[in-house]
Design a protein around this ligand. Sequence first.
Ligand code: 2P0
Length: 333
Amino acid sequence: MKASAIAHANIALVKYWGKRNKEVMLPQNGSISMTTNDFHAHTTVEFDPSLQEDILIVNDKEFPKGMEEYDDYVGKFLTVARQLSGKDLKAKIVSKNNFPTAAGLASSAAGFAALATAVNGALGMGLDQKGLSMLARRGSGSATRSIHGGFVEWLRGENEDGSDCFAQQIAPPEHWPEFRMITCITSTKAKKVKSRAGMSQTLKTSPMYKAWLETVNQNLETVRKGILEKNFSLVGSTAEENCIKMHATMLTTKPSIVYWNAGTIELIHAIHNWRDEGLEAYFTIDAGPQVKIICLEKDAEEIVRRVKEFPAIEDVRVVKPGPDARLTEEHLF
Ligand code: 2P0
C-alpha cells in the first residue's frame, strides 16, 4: 500500500481560469498545455491502518490538519480517493518539487498528478490515464493535464458529474521536440492571490469574463491545429493572445488582481521588440509574475543570452515537451 510517482508541471498555451463546479472541479472552458521535461514533483504515499491522521510533508515542511494546503487541497483529494477505492485508510504523503512552489509555476499541477498516480498504485485502483486525469482533477484543475506528456488538452465536458471532463494527449513529446519554453523567474516569492480564490473572484466580478468565454473555443481550435501541423507562428501568437485575454479578466476583477511585476512588463516589451527585429518569440504568463517565452530550439540560446542581461531576472530555465506522469521505485521514506 505504498507507491511513488513523478509528474511534471505543465504550462498552458490556452488557459484555464474559472470553474463551473467547485465541488467536482469542472472548468468553465477547455485548455491546452505543454507538459515540461524539467519541473517535476516526486511523491510517495503510504496508506497505513496504524495511522490516526493523515501526514502531509511537502519540501520538508509538514502541513497538518487545519492548514489550507491540507484542508482545501490534499484532505479533500484523499476523501475522493477513499470513496473511489472503497479503502478508508489514513495516509502518509511526502512530496518534493524541484522548482519554487506557489510562484506561478503550476506546482499544484505536478503535485496532484504525482499524488493521483501514486495513490492509484498504492491502493491498486487500476485507473487508466483517463481515470487518472479525472482523479488528479479533484486535487487541482491544472493537474488533469500533467498526467500526459507532450501537448495535452483538458476537455471541458458537459456533464455535471464530471464524467466527460478529462485530459487527452494531442501529440507526444517526440512530435515537436524543437518546441521550447524559457521560464524567466522574476520573483520567487509566493503570490498574494492564489489561483483558486482569484479565478472565483474573476468569475463573479470581471466584466471581461464573458468575452473570455466567447473567444476561448476559437483559441483552442487554433492551437490544437497549430500543434498538429507544427505551425509555430500560429501556436505562439495564439498562446500570447490567449494569455493577455486571461490577464485582462484578472486585471478587471474587483478588487483588481495584478500578477505582473516590473520584470514581467520589461520582458513583455522586450519580446515585442525582438519580434519586430525578426527574432520569433512569444510569451505566456500564468497566475504569477514569471514570463514563459515560447520559441523554437534554434533561437533558445540567443533568447537566454538576452534575458540574462535583465537585472530583474533571478533565474532562467529552458524546458521542452516532457513525459507522462509515472510510477517510480524510488521512495521518499
Ligand atoms: C492554467 N492556471 O491553465 C491556468 C493559467 C493559472 C493561470 O490552472 O483551483 O492551480 O486547483 O483548480 O489548477 C491554476 O489553477 O487551480 C491554473 P485549482 P489551479 O494553467
